[in-house]
Design a protein. Structure first.
Ligand SMILES: [Zn+2]
Length: 170
């Protein structure tokens, strides 16, 4: 699934529908459809960085079992090919292809858990987008590329202000 391209197509379709609506259409036709937490988190992540990694070709995999080579409590991870080989952040990000972001089933076992745990999901998606834009880890407190979660100081402001409908406050 190419989520970002899919979102762009949806936006294009939405614009066409608006043009086709006659002036007599009721307010009901303008009700905004709720975005899924994952779709909203990817949109926030690209707004945060001001860039879309991998030319917009990113596969988001949800409820993934944590691979044996990672820490058992890993929340998410990325895979990609690059001019320097698989998963090599030293390569220019413009050469990344076959990009995936996997969300671990331990942290987010269900769709409902993604809403419940929204702040971590949004922060994690922004972190993983950072990797796909070539950013390595940064241990500065409050930096979104810090691999260790200590508090919400590294949460992008957009995650707090642009919450999905029905998300509990953290
Ligand atoms: Zn990381």
């Amino acid at each position: 699934m190419n989520l970002l391209r899919h979102l762009r197509l949806l936006t294009a379709a939405f614009i066409i529908i608006l043009i086709a609506i006659p002036a007599t259409a009721t307010a009901k036709t303008h009700v905004k459809r709720a975005k899924s937490p994952v779709a909203l988190a990817t949109s926030i992540a690209s707004r945060y960085w001001g860039a879309v990694p991998c030319q917009g070709h990113i596969t988001i995999l949800v409820q993934q079992p944590v691979p044996a080579q990672l820490e058992l409590d890993s929340d998410a991870w990325v895979t990609f090919n690059s001019s320097l080989g698989a998963n090599n952040l030293a390569a220019p990000a413009s050469t990344y292809t076959n990009c995936t972001i996997a969300l671990g089933s331990t942290r987010w076992p269900t769709a409902a858990s993604m809403k419940q745990d929204w702040d971590m999901l949004c922060m994690t998606m922004t972190h993983e987008f950072g990797h796909l834009l070539g950013h390595p880890h940064n241990t500065t407190p409050g930096n979104v590329m810090n691999p260790m979660f200590t508090n919400y100081s590294s949460e992008p402001r957009l995650c707090q202000t642009d919450r999905p409908i029905g998300t509990p406050p953290r």
